[in-house]
Write a protein that binds this ligand. Sequence first.
Ligand code: ACM
Ligand code: ZN
Length: 598
Amino acid sequence: MRIYRFLIVSLFLLHIQSFAQTTIPFVQQINAASSKISLASIQFIYTEDTALLQEINTFNIFLSNANKPSLKIKKSDTAAIKLVWNETMKDEAYKIELVGKNIHISGKKNGVFYGLMTLFQWMTQSVDKQNFVLRNDIYDFPAFTWRGMHLDVSRHFFPTGFIKKYIDILAMHKMNTFHWHLTDDQGWRIEIKKYPLLTGVGSKRKETMVDKHFDPYLGDRTPVEGYYTQDQIADIVKYAALRHITVVPEIEMPGHAQAALAAYPEFSCNKQASEVLTKWGVSEQVFCSDDQTIAFLKDILDEVMALFPSTYIHIGGDEVPKASWKACAVCQQKMKQQRLKNENELQSYFIRQIDDYVTSKGRRIIGWDEILEGGLAENAAVMSWRGEEGGISAAKQKHHVVMSPGSHCYFDHYQSKSSDEPLAIGGFTPIEKVYSYNPLPATLSDNEKEYILGAQGNVWTEYMQISSQVEYMAVPRLCALSEVLWSGDRKPGFDNFKTRLRTHFKTLDRYQILYAKTIFDITAEINTVGGKTTVALKNHFKQGQIHYTTDGNPPNTMSAIYNEKNPLVFTQHTPLKAQYFENGKALGAVFTTEILTK
Ligand code: ACM
Ligand code: ZN
């Protein structure tokens, strides 16, 4: 009897896994369906709710970008996907139900879109699985409302075609917020009609520092320029909206403003000409706190708010050196007049004026956690990047928070310790760490946790000159983050994720997305006791073999095969290299270590 029950339970789990294993982010609820449908049989798509026709068009564009035939729009009792508007369902939630020989997807507009994105993943993974059979119904919904990815287009400029691809990548992972970092010391990238020099001067820098040659400085003598016209931005915002993504623009103030001040030095404290910064780091050149500068920024925000319908407008606020305010008679006078004790309070006063203005237009500001210093503006939300402390403090003050701590959410950090990794800013944020993230700090009460909107991955591009490098750094860490944010407590664990991610790579391949393959990397446990070093090598995937060498040469398929049951034992100095192979092909990086047995 026990064995019988065990078998039933195992079969049930297998049944469920066959379905769940192919979706990222992991779906919330899976139930046995009342019918079975071969995915390859689906030819048509239709809806009786005209408001959902647009979702069909967008879905077909995704299919065609993935080099799959689009589905014919036709009502049919067999072989069709039927989209059904369901007003009673939660925002962003969807159901997929197998009804006879049709697949029904229901929800509100955004929910139906996410249902289609789930289906898109299955359809693009099933290239070599023509008999892929659906057997389950799904009910799915997100754990968090802010599921974001950021992109810095100031340090390096990326054309609109790539911005659209980036938005597609977000959408196919059910992310709903694109934080577009449009201005910084090294380039102003948004057309502002009232101040044409912002782009005329501020979008161009004469060169870029080579690698990390800060001191002595070495430039590459290659000019960089680029900006988005307002028409292009309007087009991107519309494109994103069709994919249920809100674009949150960021206009940096009062710091990270050197490109703007190169164009309009009259809004700096010292009024002195500067050039668009060519090296990385934080410029001392910041906006003055005088009334003219605030008026200038309000003018800019008027044009920004006209272009971006988002509730939130990101106003930066991070890394503001106070030296120029300390040396500025006007700023010091402002502090006296407003009875401000120090420059932190002046920063707070600066941000409050912007907060009041943006709030008066029916929007909200969000800023990096430095805006807490000197007191948080009344309506501001906080993006916590220097750890979670800023976010915790803001939530306790009943302000909304987006978590983006460097420890888990900075995708400009290294993702592997391999010496073959391209140059990055530093840090180490492997995908496993991203996957482990929980945006809800344990120190917050349940009421305070309500203020955590979600989290966001940040992609600062100092060391990403080209879009393929952005893809490599962002993907698949964003796949892991999407599961943190969508699946929440239902996230089934990193081993399970890695197995699904491997299948998901087929979708990414079809979409021609470049991604890092660190899930194939080998990890090692090394123990030295009494002149003897034992090395246990590990790899998640078991279909292939680990090959290793001890002579300093890179491993190949002729090299020794590692047997998991027999860890390697060394009694003398040895250069060890190992790599995971399948079908004669190396996957993942070469693991390298020097065994230093004394
Ligand atoms: C930041 O990384 N400076 C927000
Ligand atoms: Zn000043």
